[in-house]
Each structure stands twice: as structure tokens, then as C-alpha cells.
Write a protein that binds this ligand. Structure first.
Ligand SMILES: Cc1cc2nc3c(=O)[nH]c(=O)nc-3n(C[C@H](O)[C@H](O)[C@H](O)COP(=O)(O)OP(=O)(O)OC[C@H]3O[C@@H](n4cnc5c(N)ncnc54)[C@H](O)[C@@H]3O)c2cc1C
Ligand code: FES
Length: 298
């Protein structure tokens, strides 16, 4: 494949998966060639932007492309979402983090909340290729925020859906569906969860009760992504780990979720203030203090 240097970081395609969630295909042959499921990139949409981590949702190594799926929750994800096909992301680095360990476990359960499906979908395909049978529980605040359901149905034996408001599937949380399914004799040899921290915490409490090995894809605040700044510090089994180099996937039963919750909300006021200023500058209307929180509660 010829490398087209001037096209590096170019957005080749872009789709809206829901009002808040976007999919992009980006030209970056080096990352496309190396990336594996579970890894992520750190990017800056524009020169003045902050660095944000986003999971690599898929690659086409022969075409030199990578895919990302992101929810617009704050200034940087909104700036990224405002870039159009054909424009360039200012810079991006990757692949970062450890790939998830893929082997034939038997029956694998994937549990996602909202944009958490972006973390899981590529992994799901890799587990499937290794001969696992897969079932999934996918949840969101409301039907409009459920993504990749049709794609997951193609590779899973069974997909159960829940929405907080009952607009699709069971009314309630993924954890309600999980507990019901396990009570009714469903089983899994491995569970993987990705989504809001509270959801992952509650999933891990349930799967521990049923003795199911569980991996949580953690999403702490990250800055450099190389293990230098300590921003992504998490506690796993009482030991300090850096999610960007030791993770982002960890044994869910060992994660200190309460600490993670505290650390991710550390800059909430500043993030809300920055978003308010950004929205005013773009004329996008007034921001209410709960907008970002609501966005993450998927
Ligand atoms: C390894 C990794 C992979 C990720 N992959 C994806 C992905 O594929 N798709 C995706 O949509 N998001 C992903 N995230 C989360 C994403 O990085 C954040 O949503 C983003 O940094 C928010 O930046 P912002 O400036 O738009 O919003 P900010 O202004 O920074 O934050 C807005 C709101 O989102 C909350 N928030 C900020 N960062 C996070 C976070 N890391 N986790 C949970 N809540 C957060 C804040 O508390 C605040 O309420 C990932 C995070 C990590 C660590
Ligand atoms: S992001 Fe800096 S140490 Fe992980």
C-alpha cells in the first residue's frame, strides 16, 4: 500500500449514530497496521484542543484506516464532532494501552452502557473469531442512545436490551437484565463490561456473586497516555496501576470503582464552565449544569 503522507489524520468518512454519538473513519496507516482490539488513541481535534483518549473501534489495515465512535459530552468531543469529512484531526497518537487478551473461553458475555458499545464491538468480533459463543446485554438512557445493536446481533447468539426510560427493551438498567438472566440459568465463562463507572461497579458486584471472571474497560481521565503523568491512576487489588499502560482493561472484581468515580469527577466544574463558554462562542445555545452529567449517564 502506498502511503499518502499528506492524508495522514484525514477524516475519510463520518456518520451520526445518534444525536450525540458519531462514527469516523480516519486515515492513519501506521496505527491501522498495529492496533488490536482493546487499544486506544489520544487525539487533539484542533491545535488549541485538550488531548482525549478514544478507543479504536476497528481498523482496515490494507486501506490504512482506523475507526472511532464517540459521544459528544464536552468541549473536546464537540470540537471533534464538528470536523467534517475531508478535514484533518490536528494530531493523534497510538495505538496505546494493552490489547485485550483474546482466547477461547467458551461463552462470553458483553455488557455495555451507551457509548460503551464502541469499546466492545471490535473485541466481540475477535472473541467470535476465536470460536467463543457470545451473548450481550446492551443498555442506554433511552432508545436513541443505543448504538451498534444490529451489528452486535449479527455476531451474538442473543442480545438483550434495556433502556432507563423503557423506550426499547426492558425498562431499567443492564444490571436488572443481567441479574434476571443469571437467575434464570444463563451462564458465562467470561464477562466484559464497558460504560459508566457506576454500571461497571454494579455489574462486577453481580458477576462476583455468580463466580464469573469479569473484565472492566476503565475510562479514567488521561493526559499523556504513556504512564508519565499519573492522571489515569487507578487502584486494582490494592495496587496502583496506570490505566494507559497497564490497562485500560482490568479484573473488575479488583477495581476500586469508588476511587475511580471520585477521580473522574475531579474537574467537573471546570469542564462545565469550559463547555458553557464553548457553546456560547459557537452560538449553540445555553448550557445547563446537568448537560454533561446527563450525557454520561448512558
Ligand atoms: C481509554 C479510554 C477510551 C475511551 N474511549 C472512548 C470512546 O471510544 N468513545 C467515547 O465516547 N469516549 C471514550 N472515552 C471517554 C472520553 O475520553 C471522554 O468522554 C472525553 O475525554 C471527554 O472530553 P471532553 O472535553 O469532550 O469532555 P469533558 O469536558 O472533559 O467532560 C465532560 C463530561 O464527561 C465526563 N468525562 C470526562 N472524561 C470522562 C471519562 N474518561 N469517562 C467518563 N466520563 C468522563 C466529565 O466528568 C464531564 O461530566 C474513553 C476514555 C478512556 C480513558
Ligand atoms: S495518562 Fe498519564 S500516566 Fe496514564
Amino acid at each position: 500500500m502506498d502511503l499518502i503522507k499528506e492524508d495522514f489524520n484525514k477524516i475519510l468518512d463520518k456518520k451520526e449514530l445518534s444525536s450525540e454519538i458519531k462514527w469516523m473513519k480516519i486515515y492513519h496507516p501506521f496505527i491501522a497496521r498495529k492496533a488490536l482490539p482493546g487499544q486506544f488513541i489520544i487525539l487533539r481535534p484542533t491545535e488549541e484542543s485538550e488531548r482525549i483518549p478514544l478507543t479504536i473501534a476497528g481498523t482496515e489495515p490494507e486501506k490504512g484506516t482506523i475507526e472511532i465512535i464517540f459521544q459528544e459530552v464536552g468541549v473536546t468531543t464537540k470540537k471533534l464532532g464538528s470536523l467534517v469529512s475531508g478535514s484533518k484531526i490536528h494530531n493523534l497518537a497510538g495505538p496505546l494501552g494493552k490489547p485485550v487478551h483474546i482466547e477461547n473461553y467458551g461463552r462470553v458475555l458483553l455488557i455495555t452502557g451507551g457509548v460503551g458499545s464502541a469499546f466492545i464491538y471490535w473485541m466481540a468480533m475477535a472473541f467470535r473469531e476465536k470460536g467463543n459463543t457470545i451473548w450481550a446485554i446492551m443498555g442506554a438512557r433511552t432508545a436513541n442512545l443505543l448504538i451498534l445493536v444490529d451489528e452486535m446481533k449479527k455476531i451474538c447468539d442473543k442480545v438483550l436490551i434495556s433502556t432507563d426510560d423503557g423506550s426499547k427493551g426492558t425498562k431499567g438498567f443492564v444490571t436488572d437484565v443481567l441479574e434476571d438472566a443469571l437467575n434464570n440459568g444463563e451462564h458465562a465463562d467470561l464477562a466484559i463490561c464497558a460504560g459508566p463507572i457506576m454500571m461497571m461497579k454494579n455489574v462486577s458486584i453481580i458477576t462476583k456473586k455468580y463466580g464469573i471472571k469479569t473484565i472492566a474497560s476503565l475510562n479514567p481521565i488521561m493526559i499523556d497516555g504513556t504512564g508519565m503523568c499519573g492522571g489515569c491512576r487507578v487502584t486494582i487489588g490494592g495496587k496502583v496501576k496506570f490505566a494507559c499502560v497497564d490497562g485500560p482493561d482490568f479484573d473488575a472484581h479488583q477495581v476500586d470503582f469508588d476511587e475511580l468515580l471520585k477521580r473522574t469527577s475531579f474537574y467537573k466544574k471546570q469542564e462545565q464552565c469550559a463547555l458553557e463558554i464553548y457553546l456560547k462562542s459557537t452560538g449553540a445555545g445555553r448550557f445547563t449544569s446537568t448537560t454533561a452529567e446527563k450525557s454520561r449517564e448512558v
